[in-house]
Design a protein around this ligand. Structure first.
Ligand code: NAP
Length: 287
């Protein structure tokens, strides 16, 4: 399964795979339309952080491109917690809204945990509500976080079955590290979660058939640590003077890995695609 001698790893084309996912979602949206359902995603943007505004705009555009309704709610930075919760309550009640996404980070005076907990778990397309997290932990059906879902889809697309493989996840956040570790476990990988207190990261990474890097530190995963023939998924998105880079030393890792996802163009495009997929799931009647 390793990259043959002298040959670089197969670069995982997240952009092309995300396009395929969006195409699948578009077909699902068309099928739902025949049943009289138009999936709707509400995005809530509080304040005027330029990066958040761009993220929300991209999500809204992606939504419309697959035929979903995009309901954009823009609130001033002075919005109080009570006002924001009232907006979430209203979206929870609306029948045309199947998914609710509150763009993070929120202005400092607002408590994002309280706001996320207010979202109906049935509409929690970001998969960050404690009920969604509990369902993931329990292996029960529910909405899963988008970036971890994107990672799993990349593995599937390159034909890497986690079953019985050693997977090492670098990072233990609620957003990426922990949920991706649980999804790998659910698919029968033997999973190790590493973090800043891990005593020998090189040895842990070196033992892995699958490496998921989600540390948010350029070069946190050295290329020379990668076991020959491993699959490397780089979630890291770090803005540096040299541009956007991941957590993995790409060139050196690509000489050893069988498959590796680049930054940009790897996991990044998958996140919005999986958000759309989650919204289609949330809009699909069950039972
Ligand atoms: P986070 O909340 O800052 O968590 C980072 C985790 O990595 C922590 O658990 C930390 O350990 C660990 N870590 C940091 N430096 C490390 C090191 N040198 N060695 C080992 N472990 C280390 O970040 P996050 O929200 O999970 O995001 C991680 C990265 O993914 C960021 O670059 C973020 O921008 C990116 N991201 C990308 C997408 C996408 O769509 N592509 C989506 C979400 C996040 P401790 O717990 O011990 O502090």
């Amino acid at each position: 399964m390793g990259a043959p001698e002298g040959q670089e790893a197969r670069r995982i084309d997240g952009k092309a795979i995300a396009k395929r996912v969006r195409e699948e979602v578009r077909e699902r949206v068309a099928a739902l339309a025949k049943r009289g359902i138009q999936p709707g995603l509400a995005t809530v943007l509080v304040g005027d952080d330029p990066a958040s505004a761009i993220y929300v705009r991209n999500k809204e555009k992606a939504c419309r491109e697959v035929g979903m309704e995009s309901i954009g709610v823009k609130l001033p930075g002075s919005t109080t917690q009570a006002e924001l919760l009232a907006v979430v309550d209203d979206l929870n009640r609306r029948a045309d809204v199947h998914g609710i996404l509150v763009q993070l980070p929120l202005p400092v005076d607002l408590d994002s945990n309280v706001v996320i907990e207010r979202i109906s778990p049935a509409k929690d397309v970001d998969g960050l509500h404690p009920v969604s997290q509990g369902r993931l932990l329990a292996g029960a059906p529910g909405l899963r976080p988008c970036t971890p879902l994107g990672v799993m889809r990349l593995l599937d697309e390159v034909g890497v079955d986690p079953r019985g493989r050693r997977a090492v996840v670098v990072g233990r956040s609620l957003l990426v590290g922990k949920p991706v570790a649980l999804l790998l476990l659910e698919r029968h990988a033997t999973v190790t979660i590493c973090h800043t207190r891990t005593s020998d990261l090189a040895a842990e990474v070196g033992s892995a058939d699958i490496v998921i890097a989600a540390a948010g530190k350029p070069g946190a995963v050295r290329g020379e640590w990668i076991r020959a023939g491993a699959t490397v998924i780089d979630v890291g998105t770090n803005r540096t003077e040299a541009g956007l880079v991941g957590d993995v030393e790409y060139e050196a890792a690509a000489r050893r890995a069988a498959h590796i996802s680049p930054v940009p163009g790897g996991v990044g495009p998958m996140t919005i695609a999986m958000l759309l997929s989650n919204t289609a799931d949330a809009a699909t009647p069950h039972g």
